[in-house]
Design a protein around this ligand. Structure first.
Ligand code: FAD
Ligand code: SF4
Ligand code: SF4
Length: 399
């Protein structure tokens, strides 16, 4: 185990905006290097030293059970459920379970602040991380900013504020770096509420995605790659636009995902106490993974505000994943009518619930494994966690 040096970090200097980060092109702009915690970057950066296995054990008090298929895929957990808010938060990404947990924690005095990400005044997709101290500030951070977001750039403010109890909301790469410096933050209690995350982009990449995929890029307020194999765009006027995955312009879009996200294997946010996403749940439900007792405590706070049901699993993903690997590698784009037809067929007979979650993970892990092998072969062995190696080994990959 790597031990982190005592608190000399305050003498370290944050990097200036725009300067090259230690992880170079693989940097996901998690924000750590915008603070004096850059002192720990070698041990903390998910792209310099991958430490999921070790940090999973120290965070959840046990390693992931690789022999249990659900743990192999979704990480250490005590419980998984499907859930929806009885009264959804308008304008949230899904029904607003993430914002609701954060608000309850603040209102009940469990935490003094919540690290979350609002958007800048000028641009609804430009992330602006903050430490929220009121429910209004948490609500103003609702909905995904589908771009790389420097959530950890507020870490210095935590130490300076003297806060002792904190909730951090974030995605996998941010949470790995956070867990690595957790003991240096001077907190009595840290709660971590994660979301899954995949295929993230820079702000410029997002613009290209919107322009090549949506009928009206300038009015999109949010979007999601849904379990019905379509991208659902929500527009300002409340209308919804659906574009089948298979009709996406793969040849144009191949380069838009950030190199960090093409090299990422922490789709399910392994080090959070609780994870709230959608991909392991039936269509239109959210999916909650409780990893440890702290996560359980967080879920209990909001259970009376949720409809819940057990998770389910249906279908067989394997053939679709294998075909997808080859189609993606050849950058095949189907004519729109074929894509729509395929979307409908797969929606009716394809993987659902946990099987859909595994479909998405298989597809992304195989793609990312190929990317690392082709672009950073020297990193492959150490960078890919054991669970991801086992998942990828189920498929035949092109050279
Ligand atoms: P809300 O109540 O709307 O709250 C959203 C919270 O997310 C806010 O607190 C905000 O601070 C935080 N946030 C927004 N953008 C970012 C960001 N860029 N980095 C860190 N934190 C952020 N779930 C899946 O199951 N499968 C996926 O493939 C998947 N991909 C995702 C990709 C991205 C880039 C992101 C940010 C999330 C993804 N999710 C995925 C999670 C899912 O889209 C929802 O965020 C989650 O279900 C919570 O919905 P909600 O309505 O409860 O959140
Ligand atoms: Fe620094 Fe984070 Fe970039 Fe790694 S990913 S180089 S820790 S800002
Ligand atoms: Fe970070 Fe991975 Fe999400 Fe990219 S896909 S922003 S590397 S968690």
């Amino acid at each position: 185990m790597t031990t982190i040096d005592s608190s000399k970090h305050k003498k370290a200097k944050a990097l200036k905006p725009g300067s090259v980060r230690p992880a170079k092109e693989l940097c996901s702009e998690c924000g750590l290097c915008d603070t004096y915690y850059i002192h720990y970057v070698k041990e903390a950066c998910a792209f310099i030293t991958q430490r999921i296995d070790e940090l999973e054990t120290s965070t959840h008090n046990r390693p992931r059970n690789l022999e249990d298929e659900n743990e192999l895929y979704f990480g250490v957990h005590q419980e998984m459920i499907a859930a929806r808010k009885i009264q959804p938060i308008e304008g949230a990404q899904w029904t607003g379970i993430v914002s609701t947990i954060a608000i309850e924690m603040l209102n009940r005095g469990l935490v003094e602040g919540v690290v979350c990400v609002q958007n800048s005044k000028e641009d609804r997709f430009q992330p602006m991380p903050i430490i929220a101290r009121t429910p209004e500030e948490i609500l103003a951070a609702k909905v995904n900013k589908p771009t790389l977001s420097p959530n950890l750039s507020v870490l210095e403010q935590i130490e300076k504020s003297g806060m002792k109890r904190l909730l951090v909301i974030g995605v996998g790469c941010q949470i790995q770096a956070l867990r690595a410096v957790e003991k240096k933050l001077g907190l009595e209690k840290l709660y971590v509420l994660g979301t899954p995350c995949v295929d993230n982009v820079t702000r410029a990449g997002l613009q290209k995605f919107l322009e090549t995929t949506s009928r009206s890029p300038e009015t999109v307020v949010s979007y999601e790659f849904m379990q019905d194999f379509r991208v659902h765009f929500k527009h300002e006027d409340g209308s919804e636009e659906k574009v089948p995955f298979f009709g996406l312009k793969t040849n144009v879009l191949k380069d838009i995902f950030a190199p960090s996200c093409m090299s990422c294997f922490d789709y399910v946010n392994s080090l959070a106490d609780i994870v709230v996403g959608y991909m392991g749940a039936p269509f239109n439900w959210q999916w909650i993974v409780v990893r440890n007792d702290t996560g359980k405590e967080m879920l209990e706070l909001v259970k009376d505000q949720l409809h819940t049901q057990p998770v389910m699993s249906k279908g067989d993903r394997k053939a679709a994943v294998q075909q997808g690997i080859e189609a993606y590698d050849k950058a095949v784009t189907l004519p729109m009518w074929v894509a729509k037809l395929m979307g409908v067929v797969i929606d009716k007979i394809g993987p659902q619930g946990l099987e859909y979650g595994k479909f998405s993970m298989d597809s992304h892990f195989t793609r990312n494994y190929l990317y690392v092998n082709r672009n950073h072969p020297e990193k492959l062995e150490d960078h890919v966690p054991e669970f991801a190696k086992r998942i990828v080994a189920q498929y035949k990959l092109p050279e």
